[in-house]
Structures are given as structure tokens and as C-alpha cells.
Design a protein around this ligand. Structure first.
Ligand code: 3IO
Length: 336
């Protein structure tokens, strides 16, 4: 009889080892997917997050990073993370129009002066509203690109030069180009080099650090300063992965979230300046500035996009007017 109990005890222990050990023994491994090349800012911030988390958890959490769409691509990032194909992913809200009705408020041409300001506004708006669009994932950071400018193979000296010009963009940036009489061609960033090389587009509308990080300065010797709007990003985690983490690890990640968002904005703004200096030195970049009258005329043409966004928000049960009021209030706070 005692032998029976001994065997049972061994069996119970054996099973327990398998059930418990994956949680208790060894570091937790997280797979973090990203869509653009490793040189670009979404991946630079990913490596920084990995470093911080590995250090702050004393190696209890290990992060395996997958840049360049090697695990998930630009358009299936949210779905892939929700399905558990990756534990984490970095996504750009502009690539899936309609999927992020609230946070895309930050895509509007509201005059953000920097990524540092826009990233903080986006993070605060997320905290304030915890929008449904992110309900099925855990959000670990949010940030934006720097304000968008025109990079082109042909000079764009005046707003008239935009007429019919094929430029690559995405989401609201494409709508902005459309309003200004250009011909937007929408695609995510990783498809842009080929479109430029093949002459499918004559340039693009994005933030200027890609002149260096994507080597677009080689194809686009001209920049026109417009600072139209920004592209918003989110770092999300699979909910089951999140729930499997210890409270201490969860706290480490929660504590890092705002800091990571601000870090990325600050990195981005500095890197834009670096990229412009590099483009001038390496490829002799020419930059065009528009005058105040031209800027005002362009701003007037894009203003209806705000009403359009409010209408779409309303269809999804969002009080767009209130969200915009909060956006302007926060923008003012961080611009100081
Ligand atoms: C962007 C996306 C991927 C890599 C670098 C980047 N810099 C600015 C963006 C914004 C964006 O999503 C886009 O498609 O222009």
C-alpha cells in the first residue's frame, strides 16, 4: 500500500513539474515583431525597450526581436499579436484605415511641432480614453513619427508643383496629399524603396529621418518643408502573454510605458536633424521652404479633414469634438 502512495506521489510530482516549471524555471522569452528595417526608429525603440526590460527584470525576461517583417508584416501586426503569432508587435495606426478611429486623431493636420510633443499627447489620450480599438491587447507604448515632409525626385518649390505628383504615403498623410491635388499612392514604409526605384512614385510624405535610415536621400535629392502631420504608432502585447507575466514584471513594463513613449519622441526629433545633415553631406540635399501665404493656403485646404474625422469617429460612437479639445489642450501643455 505504501508503495502505491509512493508511486502516486512520484506521479503527482512528475505532472506538477511539467505544469509548474515553464512558469517558474528560467527566464520568460518574448518574441517582439516589427515591420520596417532594423535601422529605422520603430526598431531602434524596440531594441531600447528590450534592453531596459532585460536590465530591469535582471534577465528574468528575455526579448527576441524580429525587425524587417521577419515575424509579422506592416498590415497584419495587430491580428498576428492577437492570435499569438508574436508576443509583441509594433504597429502603425495609419496602415489600417478605420481600425483605430480614436487614436488616429493624432494623424490630423493640427500643427504638431515635434515627435516629442505628439508622442506625449498620443500617450495621454490613450490613457484618458482607453479606446476600444486596443481592448484586446495590452498597450506598452505609443509614439508618433516626426512631422511629415515631402521628399522627392523632382523639385517641389510651390504648392502648384504638387498637382498630379505621385507621392507615397499612408492613412491621413494620403488624404492630405489628395486635398492638395497630388496623387497619393498608399503603401506601408517597407514597400516604398521598390516603388521609388521603379519610378512608381516620385517621392513620399513621411518624417525626414528616413532620408538616412532608408537611404531615400539617394533617390530624393529634394525636401519641401511642410510639417503637415504625424504617423501614430503603438506597441502591443498579446493578452494571454500579458496575463502569464508575474505582477512584478507587469509593473516593470507599466512603469516603462510612458518613459518609452517620450524616449522615442526625443530620439526621433534629434535623429531627424542628424538625417538632414547626413543627406546634405552625402547627397547634396536641397531643401525648399514655403512662405506663410502658401502655408496658410495649404492649411485651409486640409482643414475639412478634421470634420471628416469627427464624422467617422461619431459613426463609431466616439465624441470627436471632445477628443480634439483634449488633444489641443495637451498639445499646448507639452509645447511649453
Ligand atoms: C515610418 C515607418 C517605418 C519606419 C520609419 C518611419 N518613419 C516614419 C514612419 C511613418 C510611417 O509609418 C510611414 O509609413 O511613413
Amino acid at each position: 500500500m505504501s508503495r502505491f502512495f509512493a508511486l502516486t506521489a512520484v506521479a503527482v510530482l512528475f505532472v506538477a513539474m511539467f505544469v509548474i516549471s515553464p512558469v517558474q524555471a528560467g527566464p520568460v522569452m518574448l518574441r517582439y515583431a516589427n515591420f520596417p528595417p532594423a535601422s529605422t526608429f520603430p526598431c531602434v525603440q524596440m531594441e531600447r525597450w528590450k534592453q531596459e526590460v532585460e536590465t530591469r527584470t535582471a534577465g528574468q525576461v528575455q526579448v527576441q526581436t524580429y525587425p524587417g517583417g521577419t515575424l509579422l508584416g506592416a498590415k497584419n501586426m495587430l491580428r498576428g499579436v492577437m492570435k499569438g503569432q508574436a508576443d509583441m508587435g509594433c504597429l502603425c495606426m495609419s496602415y489600417q484605415p478605420g481600425v483605430f478611429p480614436l487614436t488616429t486623431v493624432t494623424e490630423l493636420p493640427v500643427g504638431f511641432s515635434s515627435s516629442t510633443v505628439a508622442s506625449q499627447v498620443l500617450w495621454d489620450l490613450y490613457q484618458l480614453y482607453t479606446p476600444k480599438e486596443f481592448a484586446k491587447v495590452k498597450v506598452l507604448a505609443m509614439f508618433t513619427s516626426a512631422p511629415t515632409n515631402i521628399m522627392s525626385r523632382v523639385p517641389v518649390r510651390t504648392p502648384q508643383d504638387l498637382e498630379g505628383l505621385e507621392l507615397r504615403a499612408s492613412g491621413m498623410a494620403s488624404s492630405v496629399l489628395d486635398r492638395l491635388g497630388a496623387t497619393p499612392v498608399s503603401m506601408p514604409m517597407p514597400e516604398t524603396p521598390e516603388a521609388l526605384q521603379k519610378g512608381l512614385v516620385k517621392g513620399l510624405l513621411s518624417s525626414l529621418e528616413v532620408m538616412k535610415d532608408m537611404n531615400f536621400a539617394e533617390y530624393c535629392p529634394y525636401v519641401t518643408r511642410t510639417d503637415f502631420q504625424v504617423y501614430p504608432f503603438a506597441v502591443v502585447m498579446n493578452m494571454r502573454t500579458w496575463n502569464s507575466l508575474s505582477p512584478a514584471v507587469q509593473k516593470t513594463m507599466d512603469d516603462l510605458a510612458r518613459e518609452q513613449s517620450v524616449w522615442t519622441g526625443t530620439y526621433m526629433d534629434a535623429h531627424v536633424l542628424d538625417s538632414l545633415a547626413w543627406s546634405k553631406k552625402t547627397y547634396g540635399l536641397t531643401t525648399f521652404e514655403l512662405d506663410d501665404v502658401q502655408k496658410a493656403a495649404m492649411q485651409e485646404k486640409v482643414m475639412p479633414l478634421l470634420e471628416e474625422w469627427k464624422g467617422k469617429a461619431k459613426d463609431k460612437g466616439i465624441d470627436g469634438e471632445a477628443v480634439l479639445t483634449d488633444l489641443y489642450r495637451l498639445k499646448k501643455v507639452y509645447q511649453k
